[in-house]
Design a protein around this ligand. Structure first.
Ligand code: NOJ
Length: 693
């Protein structure tokens, strides 16, 4: 660790020491006046962060290979009832250190992850009367940078409210950007916009962009704990500023020192595939906090779900109720026969009526409906080598849910249930809490109130050995590293829009944006695996807008440690070959590589199974047909593999012939060249099955 403020250590006696001290102070003061800067490089030297404090106002800038990525950008805060905490500051000390460690994921898309960075910590003190202190910590990696603020314990800053975070990201040009707008009623469930930076509105993160020089950047945050979600507001030209989701009263964050903010992150890569294999967000999160993780297991699940979205059955009671004992038994039998681990049962509990999304305060999280024998089904599942997956839809009535959730988790735990899907259906700013005077205060789904709520739920779930699959929650910021029972989440526009989306569902290119935007945040419960793509019997006006092979490829392309086989058992019986791939494909990986990628157009990802030498490939395209020659360099030297291929036929087409699907087998080895052919809106999935040494 290096201290920047070193008081003369070659002194000859006390006088010399005193002189050195005076000189140091003078030197420091002069450095501010002279706008002295301090830089820190990433381990390979490719990235440089420069910290400066002109006239006492802190700012940072970022370069890659000497080319500016961020021009000088201000840092600081506006506080309630107190002067801004943005300067002028004096520098107290600077520390630098290098960190290099390889850690092991409990589950994930890559087993061993290297966390290698150089850190620069700047301690500042206001020059004014209050002398408040603020530290800024930069971590500079070869795949980007992260920085956070630290508010040390101090006399003049105890409890405080942040009215605005002043962090800027001053970009250098009118980059091409991919984004969804913040502050919308439907939370994160939108299609991706592609615009020049100068046309971007206030956006959610990850906010991904391509510079004119062909670099790829993505701004996001890591370790969002007891703070408000950061969105990005374009202030002028190519400048962005943090825009934190406010509480009902306009305060952005209620907090007290000592504390830290989440990390603000910028991932930087030469090509979009390298964004996908950047683990910077996880590296900036704390290590696992759970002592016993033996009960946490990535898994595949089926469930009583798609049939309600298709209107084949209902969540609510009545003649078409989906979650009956009989129907659940059917799904359990199917899961047991085909080796699926969990059976999700939605609509099992009291409270589902026609208006459930408006009147969730009637949900019970312990009482099953009359025609559903919860205990018997939980036991039947266990006896069949399967487990039920619980469901807690609370329709965003948080107070009501918080009062019952522990009983709900306890019940599930007693019944041997290990995974629960939660749901917070409700418009963007519909979360309320009742204050001491009885007023209902309405909060955003992503403000600090809900960040706190989700944190409590994940910790409570861990106590009851429950893995979580969160829908309509807060965006992922890598907390799964610290709480590995936080498996996956939706928080984007998923498969369900294909069933009932009034805009014809997800267009063919929707899933071509997700790997470079939403998925950079973390796992996504997209619920792939629809084989009856047109579902004419139930919803003739809707359909899945791609080919069957592409639907299979999504299991590899979209990472989730809980992946659903979303279609109905009776449909899988009609499609044995796709079902075979869905059964085979793992949900926990030793390694992940991206073979080719272009945002919104195509991507080919290969992943190595954690439990064998098998590799799996998923390749998908937008409406353009594509042919790629790939090199099988990733396969193990000396092994022979059978490539089990699931592909589009030559005449397959997402619109006119989505079922154009065929399988093939080929013997291959490391270094072979292999041609992938994808039809318009199509894809290809391959299992490379290791057969010999
Ligand atoms: C929305 C969720 O995304 C979906 O998966 C679920 O079925 C419904 N809410 C009901 O909870």
């Amino acid at each position: 660790m290096e201290q920047f403020v070193i008081i003369g250590n070659n002194s000859n006696g006390e006088l010399m020491n005193l002189l050195s001290l005076l000189l140091s102070i003078l030197f420091l003061n002069t450095t501010f006046e002279m706008n002295q800067s301090r830089t820190v490089d990433s381990p390979s030297g490719i990235h440089t962060v420069t910290f400066e404090i002109p006239d006492g106002y802190p700012q940072y800038s970022v370069e890659r290979d000497g080319q500016p990525i961020l021009n000088p950008s201000l840092l600081g805060f506006e506080l309630q009832g107190a002067p801004d905490l943005s300067g002028p500051f004096a520098l107290i000390s600077i520390e630098t250190r290098t960190f290099d460690e390889t850690w092991t994921q409990i589950w994930g898309e890559k087993k061993h992850i290297r966390n290698h960075f150089n850190e620069l910590k700047i301690d500042l003190r206001e020059t004014g009367e209050l002398e408040r202190e603020l530290s800024i910590i930069f971590r500079v990696f070869d795949d980007g940078i992260g920085f956070r603020y630290e508010f040390p314990e101090q006399e003049n800053l105890k409890e405080f409210n942040i009215l605005d975070e002043l962090t800027e990201f001053n970009l250098t040009g009118d980059h091409t950007t991919w984004w969804i707008g913040a502050y919308q009623w439907n939370r994160f469930e939108y299609l991706t916009e592609e615009t020049p930076l100068s046309k971007a509105d206030t956006v959610h993160t990850p906010f991904t962009m391509r510079t004119e020089n062909g670099l790829y950047l993505s701004i996001h945050e890591a370790a969002l704990v007891d703070y408000s979600t950061m969105t990005l507001e374009r202030t002028e030209g190519y400048s962005l500023k943090a825009n934190l989701m406010p509480w009902h009263d306009g305060i952005r964050v209620r907090t007290s020192a000592p504390t830290v903010t989440p990390w603000r992150t910028i991932q930087i890569a030469d090509n979009p595939g390298d964004l996908i294999t950047s683990y910077l967000i996880l590296n900036l999160n704390e290590p696992n906090k759970l002592e016993d993780t033996s009960w946490i297991k990535p898994a595949k699940y089926v469930g009583i779900w798609w049939e309600m979205h298709l209107d084949k059955s209902t969540w609510g009671p009545g003649p078409n109720h989906g979650a009956t004992t009989e129907n659940t038994k059917r799904y359990i039998d199917f899961a047991a026969e085909h080796g699926f681990d969990h059976v999700l049962v939605e609509g099992w509990n009291v409270g589902w009526d026609e208006n459930w999304y408006e009147s969730g305060a009637v949900f019970s999280f312990t009482e099953p409906m009359e025609d559903f024998d919860l205990e018997a089904m939980a036991q039947y599942a266990l006896d069949s080598g399967v487990r039920l997956m619980g469901h807690h839809e609370n329709s965003a009535t948080i107070e009501h849910y918080e009062a019952q959730v522990e009983d709900g988790f306890k019940l599930y735990n007693e019944l041997g249930i290990r995974a629960v899907k939660t749901g917070y259906v409700g418009h963007g700013q519909e979360i309320f809490w009742t204050d001491e005077e009885g007023y209902r205060n309405y909060e955003w789904h992503h403000g600090q109130h809900m960040v706190r709520h989700h944190q409590q739920i994940v910790e409570l779930a861990a106590e009851y050995k429950i893995m979580l699959n969160v829908h309509e929650g807060v965006k992922d910021t890598g907390l799964r590293r610290t709480w590995p029972n936080l498996m996956t989440r939706e928080v984007a526009r998923g498969q369900e829009y294909n069933a009932w989306g009034e805009d014809q569902g997800n267009p063919p290119n929707h899933v071509l944006y997700l790997p470079f935007t939403r998925n950079l945040a973390g796992p996504f419960d997209y619920t792939p695996g629809i084989v009856d793509l047109l579902f004419d019997e139930y919803r003739p006006d809707n359909r899945v807008n791609h080919t069957l092979a592409k639907e299979l490829a999504l299991y590899v392309v979209i990472y989730s440690p809980l992946h659903m086989a979303a279609d109905l058992p009776e449909n899988y019986e009609k499609y044995p070959e796709p079902l075979r791939f869905i059964k085979d494909v793992p949900v926990d990986w030793y390694d992940t590589q991206v073979l080719n990628a272009d945002v919104g157009q195509y991507v080919t990802i290969v992943r190595k199974d954690i439990n064998s030498d098998d590799w799996y490939l998923g390749s998908i395209t937008d409406e353009e047909p594509r042919s790629f020659v790939i090199d099988l360099h990733f396969l193990e030297e000396g092994l022979e593999y059978i490539a089990e291929i699931y592909r589009d036929t030559d005449d397959a087409h997402w619109e006119t012939n989505p079922y154009g699907f065929e399988t093939a087998e080929l013997t291959v080895k490391k270094g072979d060249r292999f041609t992938l052919t994808l039809s318009p809106g199509g894809g290809q999935a391959i299992r490379f099955k290791a057969v010999s040494e």
